[in-house]
Design a protein around this ligand. Structure first.
Ligand SMILES: C[S@@+](CC[C@H](N)C(=O)[O-])C[C@H]1O[C@@H](n2cnc3c(N)ncnc32)[C@H](O)[C@@H]1O
Length: 486
């Protein structure tokens, strides 16, 4: 375990604070006027509901305040609830990552986090969330970067309060690390990582000279408006749960810049969904100039029952590439919103290899029509061909469609069929939950996995207690309303 360096002194924190604050004071306005630097309505809302720019006194305990709101570090109100929240979070994330790997990573005491012992690791809930992300990044870098053992130059766009960055310093051979973010969160992440890691702060100024290279050992930080001054090439570029919360023009701006800034052999990891802000469907991510190396549902189970589900895309630069098959990408990304991860694994692998067999491809084309607000279009999409090639998935879609229309007998038959055909992972849990609502049961009678889902998702417990199908119906309507074929 690479521990955090000894606790940073107040004097050091103070000098870091001044450096970051000075950059923000002088550049925030200019950055906000650029396409990358504008704050989306989504983030305007979050910033207005929480405290920003902690004083030194507040920063020392910032993880007990509301500064991490919107970034998976949300306060629960009282100690007992914090403890339960941490237990629930670890129960969800141990399904995706071996808890021993979480325990091998260290958490800084800076910010005074609420830590509790779960599965042998004394860590905060937010640490479990971020460690799962960082471990996944590490594994994908090992698999897809041309030379993962070399020291890597890493760029993170939208680093939250800095936890993934801190963790990647423990998991990878970091040469230099760059953080680009909006002022409110740049302030948190840069000060956090500068305090927890042995790095030298390098401000990236919009009006400064071009930055040809960022020296090893640096933590470079800048507001989005500084992108044009960066000439340095990156081995790994990361964006987790952040492009999905930006305006579409901003997303497009980032993608075209990233294509130019990847070093040879470098990769761009995007863990994002659609339907939250500017990106309405998967193919809104502008992928021409990139090759998709890997696609899949990020995490086996999401942190909230009704959350949008991010898909992980590993991208490398392919300047002559005409882009991917957008229709198929759309269908796969939309199917993932229903928790279909495991069930799509092989298809996703064939998709990125460009060798989906003809019949499966035709079945996927048909299923694209299911993502429509029109019930008759959805019925037409569930073709014989789709049924033959993707029986569990087609039964599951038919079941949810019937459930949303209140046709509970038909829904029950189709959910049973999907389960019999071995629907798996989160889709299986959702199917069991729908069945429990239909049968007016308060327990998940058909759920037989080593995952205490009713404890992990209190919203599910409430739904079953009230036999209330409303939240699932609403979510269904929202997911299909992407209207892929119109
Ligand atoms: C939900 S947080 C995710 C934080 C972190 N990546 C994680 O995995 O938890 C979204 C992040 O995107 C950042 N962000 C939003 N709009 C941005 C923009 N235009 N440019 C850069 N970062 C942005 C937010 O400030 C925040 O740090």
């Amino acid at each position: 375990m690479r521990q955090a360096p000894h606790m940073t002194s107040i004097q050091k924190l103070k000098s870091n604070f001044s450096l970051v604050q000075d950059l923000i004071d002088t550049e925030a306005k200019k950055s906000a006027a650029t396409v990358w630097g504008r704050t989306s309505e989504f983030w305007e809302g979050i910033f207005s509901e929480r405290s920003n720019f902690p004083s030194m006194v507040d920063f020392l305990a910032f993880r007990r305040g509301d500064f991490g709101y919107g970034m998976a570090d949300e306060r629960q109100g009282e100690l007992a609830r914090e403890e339960e929240h941490a237990r629930r979070t670890s129960e969800i994330f141990r399904q995706t990552v071996d808890p021993r790997r979480i325990g091998e990573l260290d958490e800084s005491s800076l910010g005074a986090p609420f830590v509790f012992e779960n599965f042998g690791a004394l860590r905060s809930a937010a640490f479990w969330t971020n460690a799962t992300t960082a471990i996944r990044i590490r594994d994908l870098v090992q698999r897809h970067h041309a030379s993962p053992a070399n020291t890597l130059s890493v760029l993170e766009i939208g680093a939250g309060w800095g936890c993934v960055s801190d963790l990647l310093h423990q998991l990878l051979e970091i040469g230099s690390y760059t953080i680009i973010d909006l002022p409110e969160n740049l302030f948190l992440s840069t000060n956090y990582v500068a305090a927890t890691r042995d790095v030298r702060l390098v401000p990236l100024r919009i009006t400064g000279p071009k930055i040809q290279s960022i020296a090893p050992g640096s933590l470079a930080f800048g507001l989005p408006g500084c992108l044009p001054v960066i000439d340095h090439k990156y081995d790994v570029i990361i964006n987790s749960f952040s492009l999905q919360e930006m305006d579409l023009a901003t997303v497009k701006g980032y993608f075209s810049w990233i294509a130019d800034i990847l070093a040879p052999g470098g990769i761009f990891l995007s863990f994002n969904s659609h339907g939250k802000a500017g990106v309405l469907k998967p193919s809104d991510y502008p992928l021409s100039g990139f090759r998709i190396r890997e696609l899949g549902m990020f995490r086996v189970y999401p942190s909230g029952l009704l959350n949008t589900i991010p898909y992980e895309m590993v991208l490398s630069a392919a300047p002559d590439d005409a882009g991917c098959d957008e229709n198929t990408l759309d269908v796969l990304g939309c199917l993932m919103q229903f928790g279909l991860g495991d069930d799509l694994k092989d298809i996703c692998a064939s998709f990125v290899a460009g060798d989906i067999d003809k019949d499966t491809q035709s079945a996927l084309n048909d299923l694209g029509g299911f993502f429509s607000s029109s019930r008759s279009d959805r019925a037409k999409a569930l073709t014989k061909r789709a049924e033959q090639m993707l029986p569990a998935i087609t039964s599951y879609l038919r079941a949810m469609d019937a459930f949303a229309a209140g046709e509970m007998a038909a829904a029950k038959i189709a959910f049973s069929e999907a389960l019999r055909l071995r629907l798996s992972g989160f889709a299986k849990l959702r199917a069991c939950a729908h069945m429990a609502i239909i049968d007016r049961r308060k327990e998940l009678a058909l759920w037989d996995e080593d995952f205490h889902a009713l404890f992990a998702y209190p919203e599910l417990k409430r739904i079953l207690e009230a036999s209330d199908g409303g939240p699932f119906k609403l979510q269904f309507e929202k997911i299909v309303s992407v209207n892929l074929r119109s």
